[in-house]
Ligand binder design. Structure first.
Ligand SMILES: Cc1cc2nc3c(=O)[nH]c(=O)nc-3n(C[C@H](O)[C@H](O)[C@H](O)COP(=O)(O)OP(=O)(O)OC[C@H]3O[C@@H](n4cnc5c(N)ncnc54)[C@H](O)[C@@H]3O)c2cc1C
Length: 376
């Protein structure tokens, strides 16, 4: 899900339109308890729309988002080296003020290119981040999920809605219409099913038909999507981990995206936070001429939003994915009535849309005040 935050960044880079052409506009998220259908999550972006400004999310297949970003990189003539796993980095020794950084691959080879600054965007398992003194062992979450992409069924599902069904916090099934792949206009949906990572072998032994029966028991309409799934290999298992670097930079290296802060995708913010990080870093680099001095500015631009959303994701995920009996009971009893109160509804939507703490405005504000300081 691209949230209004991520879309704002893509718009600044001139990429929003191409992302929207491949993605699917999403106006809200609806979660119901199975099988009685009671609504326990109801988010509609419109609640936050101001001055006629349309507000929405865009669900997009990972390959399509990659396609949009990759094309933008290609247009900039950036050299790309593929098939190389980076393990660590080093700074060239010697005299002179500029001592460039170099990357070291998994065979221990130091690569030829030299860099003023390394930007590590290698995700939640980043080797560089794990070597950072600011890294605290990540926590592997008990629950992950199985994910697959199926043909969208417009007769039984709504185009503009992310829908989920829950039973306590141990069962969650979701359907997210997600647009199309770059080279094929078939409209797709993502189907996901919560699973404990240590239950994967039991899941495989039970087989595909047993899984399909469980899905249909909790959500009969999902039957219309399952026909496309012919074997278990069509389901990708994703496990989730949670970590936040205390400081997203070390001399010569800046961490962005999941390398700096990873979490469960329950709030659907990770890709958006990675885009916000990239934008903040670009702004910091424009202001601080010396790349060695842009880390603290970049970190300041992102600190509040990252802290808040990492904490929110960590504390809210167990309401939807855990073995707890108490948390889903609280969710099922209170979330709906509370979310009907206008203030609470706005808060929940601000959280779900990533807009709480106005992260883009904050980056722009800090950039503007730094520029003023420099010119005075
Ligand atoms: C199942 C699932 C659903 C999600 N749903 C959402 C959602 O709806 N909305 C949302 O905003 N976020 C979502 N997220 C989170 C989102 O995918 C991540 O936050 C986002 O992809 C982070 O982007 P990134 O560029 O930092 O890292 P990644 O997307 O993980 O990219 C890292 C890249 O670095 C490469 N790499 C890794 N290690 C090395 C190495 N050693 N050397 C060289 N290259 C390396 C990888 O191959 C990869 O290409 C979801 C995550 C999962 C797992």
């Amino acid at each position: 899900m691209l949230q209004p935050t991520g879309l704002d960044i893509l718009a600044r880079w001139g990429l929003q339109e191409s992302a929207e052409q491949l993605g699917q506009r999403i106006d809200g998220m609806l979660g119901r308890i199975a099988p009685n259908g009671k609504v326990v999550l109801d988010i509609n972006y419109r609640v936050l729309a101001k001055n006629e400004r349309d507000l929405y999310g865009v669900a997009i297949h990972r390959a399509s988002l990659f396609h949009v970003l990759y094309n933008a990189v290609k247009e900039r003539d950036i050299t790309i080296i593929t098939d190389t796993r980076i393990e660590s980095c080093t700074r060239d020794t010697g005299s002179g003020s500029s001592k460039p950084m170099r990357l070291i691959d998994h065979n221990g080879n130091t690569l030829d290119p030299q860099f003023d600054l390394i930007v590590d965007s290698s995700g939640a398992q980043s080797a560089l981040a794990q070597h950072s003194p600011h890294y605290k062992q990540s926590k592997t979450l008990t629950y992950g999920a199985l994910w697959t992409t199926v043909k969208f069924d417009a007769q039984h599902f709504e185009h503009n809605l992310l829908e989920q069904r829950y039973d306590k916090a141990s069962v969650m099934v979701g359907v997210l219409p997600c647009g199309q792949l770059p080279d094929n206009d078939t409209q797709l949906a993502t189907l996901f099913w919560s699973v404990k990572s240590n239950h994967m072998s039991a899941f495989r032994s039970a087989g595909l038909e047993a899984w399909k029966e469980s899905v249909v028991r909790y959500w009969p309409a999902a039957h219309h999507l399952l026909g496309h799934i012919k074997n278990l290999n069509q389901l990708t298992h994703a496990s989730y981990s949670h970590h936040t670097l205390k400081q997203p930079f070390i001399p010569g290296v800046i961490f962005i995206g999941d390398a700096a802060h990873a979490t469960s995708p329950q709030l659907g913010q990770g890709a958006n936070m990675a885009l916000l990080d990239a934008y903040a870093l670009a702004e910091a680099l424009k202001i601080r001429q010396n790349v060695e001095h842009c880390g603290d500015l970049y970190a300041r631009m992102r600190r509040t939003h990252v802290k808040l959303f990492q904490a929110a994701s960590y504390s809210l995920t167990p309401f939807y994915q855990s073995d707890s009996r108490v948390l889903p009971a609280i969710r099922d009893t209170f979330f709906e009535p509370v979310s009907k109160l206008p203030f609470a509804r706005k808060m929940v939507t601000s959280l779900g849309s990533g807009l709480l703490t106005s992260p883009v405005k904050r980056i722009d504000k800090i950039a503007a005040s730094e520029k003023m300081l420099q010119s005075s």
